[in-house]
Design a protein around this ligand. Structure first.
Ligand SMILES: [Zn+2]
Length: 226
């Protein structure tokens, strides 16, 4: 969707720039075009209603946490654009709450990496020519897909959500490099999420409790967003 010169956000009348969101109705028609701040406010409103953390909110909350603890706390208020500064300030409590939840989930992703990814799943992945893989575990479907040295693992309960998507590196360091630099391959994280904090923790605990997760190739497993 192209912007016309001088086009403003439908909600707050801020001048729209390179980043904006288009809101569609169920029929796929454009309802309105809004700025990133109004979009973030909507994600926060959704979170207030049902506690669901979406990927975009996770990213904003992590940014807000960084600015509040590392930048604003040192009196440096000009590092972000004014509208973001206001947004981070006005919604500090909620954004910090989401950031704390994300950090908690991130710890469980680290556990997954140390228990499943690094010890045997990385080898399973590197030994396989197939890109898409699937595993089933106690009502949780786990999808694995990778490209260009990165591997995404999505664990979901139900059709699409709740879900947590993790990202790992398939790089195998040489013993010499590990001696020199340590194992730099251990740096997985959360790539995407659509779940409440409790749902995400339940999913991750289901995975982390398992002794061994057995994947098998499945061609239909593909993922976007890498
Ligand atoms: Zn706006």
């Amino acid at each position: 969707m192209e912007l016309t010169p001088g086009q403003k956000c439908n909600r707050c009348s801020r001048l729209l720039e390179n980043t904006y969101s288009t809101v569609y109705n169920k029929e796929g028609e454009v309802l309105e075009i809004i700025c990133p701040i109004c979009n973030n406010i909507e994600y926060l409103d959704d979170y207030r209603k049902d506690g669901i953390i979406q990927t975009r909110l996770m990213t904003e909350a992590s940014m807000a946490h960084y600015y509040h603890t590392e930048v604003f706390s040192k009196g440096d208020y000009d590092r972000v654009r004014h509208e973001y500064f206001e947004f981070y300030l006005q919604n500090k409590k909620l954004l910090m709450e989401v950031a704390a939840s994300v950090q908690e989930i991130h710890k469980l992703v680290n556990q997954f990496e140390n228990k499943h990814w690094l010890p045997y799943l990385k080898k399973y992945w590197n030994d396989s020519k197939d890109r898409g893989h699937i595993a089933e575990l106690d009502g949780t479907t786990i999808l694995m897909w990778g490209s260009a040295g990165r591997v995404l693992i999505t664990a979901q309960q139900g059709e699409i959500a709740p879900e947590v998507t993790m990202i790992f590196s398939d790089y195998v360091a040489s013993p010499d490099d590990i001696k020199k630099y340590g194992d730099m391959t251990s740096r997985g994280g959360i790539q995407g999420i659509s779940a409440t904090k409790k749902q995400a923790i339940d999913i991750m605990e289901t995975l982390n409790k398992a002794k061994n997760i057995k994947f098998k190739p499945k061609k239909s497993v593909t993922m976007a967003g890498l």
